[in-house]
Design a protein around this ligand. Structure first.
Ligand code: SF4
Ligand code: SF4
Length: 138
């Protein structure tokens, strides 16, 4: 590197903003299309299991009997296949990354039981043969 190139680079760095950020004091600003982690709006989810079938890394488990939807974030490769194939569009790719941890954790969401439908009112019971009217004993 010539002296001129070195001086040019040095002056440029001297008067430009630092490229590093004061993390964690200053929260990280993710780019708009960053693939971080998957979120599910469980209220819209119908537990059809399409996301689990389309996941190439088997990161999602859907249990219809127990009404649960589970994702293992450390198995997810952020391909976005589940988001694209969800028929209810309740999955979304969020920008922030899963926090690192010492264990393979899973995130389990449980869909609340639907409210019981109101039962129709019981019909009043009538006797098959009505009592005779106006019959007197003689
Ligand atoms: S594909 Fe969508 S609606 Fe179906 S189980 Fe997955 S998140 Fe729920
Ligand atoms: S983004 Fe890809 S790897 Fe991650 S859960 Fe969805 S389908 Fe599976």
């Amino acid at each position: 590197m010539s002296l001129f190139t070195f001086a040019k680079t040095e002056f440029h760095n001297l008067f430009s903003r630092p490229v590093t950020e004061q993390y964690p004091q200053k929260p990280k600003q993710f780019k708009e299309r960053t693939r971080g982690h998957i979120e599910n709006n469980i209220d819209l989810c119908i537990l059809c299991g399409m996301c689990a079938r389309k996941c190439p890394s088997n990161a999602i488990t859907v249990n219809r009997a127990e009404r649960t939807w589970e994702i293992r974030p450390f198995s997810c490769v952020q391909c976005g296949s589940c988001v694209e194939n969800c028929p209810k569009k309740c999955l979304s790719m969020c920008q922030s990354y899963t926090r690192p941890g010492p264990e393979q954790t899973a995130r389990l969401l449980r869909k609340p039981q639907p409210a019981a439908k109101p039962q129709p009112a019981a019909k009043p019971k009538f006797s098959a043969a009505p009592a005779p009217v106006g019959k007197s004993a003689s």
